[in-house]
Ligand binder design. Structure first.
Ligand code: HEM
Ligand code: CA
Length: 378
């Protein structure tokens, strides 16, 4: 594909990571050339389904499975009490699901002989929380088999996790249905790259109906969780092939990040397999990774959801290039300042943008299905 080849040459800085071996085996060589994430794909939201969220219903399972939301809430709380990493894991999982063909649980499907799954693509290499969804689904299946969709479980569980992590609550309607397909090539090309510049990020979110205020707001999700070194390694040592660090990095921050991420990691990104959702022991150990990285609330858990992220951007201390890019735009920059100085504004907006994200392009009856196991189409 000469076209993709040219794009690759022209835009080395927006690539994700070199593909892991499993990916190499699974996907055709066409995908190896990895163009910019959005070229030719600015059709994220299909207008025919944009308003499908209106067919969701508040408390959709009140008769068919009244216990469902309680099971989700309690299971997430229990897991959170031993693994607080469940909150960021589920939040990111919702984002990666809803951005690719809407909130239809397409991200949860396993690869099969005939289909490469989203979870096996490079942008999803470090996604976690699949086993958490499996545990919740198994508990719900015991009381109401094949009634509650994986897509609903995912958005509800993420909301509960966020609440545990100190984030705001938001009401969610239900009645989403699950896809029968997983879209590996869309995930490969359309999930935002950590090396994307502001215009890439605006294009990606804009094509899904999010404006600049909402983008700045949603990225506040990077207040919690872990960012592994390989997601920002080249900013520290070899930015855009210059053999120099990213000049926009604060000097003290550069030293701090280098002390957490040694130069050698960049040469060989981990080829560890994507966590399997079909494992039998539910110890959730893959919610905590051995790989080097930075914990987003590294200055202390007491700082509260939201504030620190924006203050860091103001000081040139955004961890991802894409984070720091929010400061280069006039409008995005002023939203960073607004959220840094008004945490309740941030939280109110975050509740709203999370509702919007959770309702993106949903599948509702008679489309889609309700899976019995979230990693397999029914
Ligand atoms: C331009 C947009 C975005 C980019 C480029 C981006 C990229 C990334 C990257 C590279 C990581 C680290 C992965 C790793 O090293 O393992 C990460 C983590 C994370 N992202 Fe984003 N992200 C974006 C937007 C979002 C949004 C909109 C949300 C949710 C609303 C989100 C939620 C998270 C969370 C919670 C984590 C931590 C995950 C964990 O600890 O398990 N991100 N993101
Ligand atoms: Ca999806």
């Amino acid at each position: 594909n000469p076209n993709a080849d040219t794009m690759r040459k022209n835009s080395p800085s927006v690539l994700w990571f070199p593909p892991p071996s499993r990916f190499t085996r699974n996907l055709s060589s066409r995908l190896m050339s990895w163009p910019r994430p959005y070229d030719g794909y600015l059709n994220g939201v299909d207008s025919a389904t944009r308003d499908s969220a209106e067919s969701l219903e508040y408390d959709y399972y009140r008769e068919s499975c009244p216990q469902a939301e309680k099971i989700i809430r309690e299971t997430v709380r229990q897991i959170y009490s031993v693994h607080s990493g469940v909150a960021p894991a589920l939040l990111r999982l919702v984002f990666h699901d809803c951005f690719i063909k809407g909130c239809d649980a397409s991200v949860l499907l396993d690869s099969t002989q005939v289909m490469n799954a989203e979870k096996d693509t490079p942008p999803n290499e470090t996604l976690k929380g699949f086993d958490v969804i499996d545990v919740i689904k198994a508990e719900i299946e015991e009381v109401c088999p094949s009634v509650v969709s994986c897509a609903d479980i995912l958005v509800l569980a993420a909301r509960e996790g966020l609440l545990m992590a100190g984030g705001p609550f938001y009401p969610l309607s239900t009645g989403r249905r699950d896809s029968t397909h997983s879209y590996a090539d869309l995930a490969t090309y359309q999930l935002p790259s950590p090396y994307g510049d502001l215009s890439d990020t605006i294009a990606s979110f804009g094509s899904r109906g999010f404006d600049e205020r909402e983008i700045v707001n949603l990225l506040g999700a990077h207040s919690i969780g872990v960012i592994h070194c390989k997601s920002f390694q080249s900013r520290l040592y070899n930015f855009s092939g210059t053999n120099e660090p990213d000049p926009s990095l604060d000097v003290g921050f550069l030293d701090l990040m280098r002390s957490k991420c040694s130069k050698s990691v960049s040469a060989s990104p981990s080829l560890s397999p994507v966590p399997s959702s079909s494992q039998s022991s539910f110890d959730f150990s893959n919610l905590t990774s051995e790989e080097p990285g930075v914990v987003m609330n590294y200055e202390g858990p007491s700082s509260g959801f939201g504030t620190l992220y924006y203050h860091r951007l103001l000081q040139g201390k955004g961890v991802l290039y894409a984070d720091q890019q929010l400061m280069v735009g006039e409008e995005t920059g002023s939203w960073v300042r607004a959220y840094a100085s008004d945490v309740s504004l941030f939280r109110r907006d975050f509740a709203e943008t999370m509702m919007k994200l959770s309702n993106l392009q949903v599948l509702t009856a008679p489309n889609g299905q309700v899976r019995h196991s979230c990693s397999k189409a029914a």
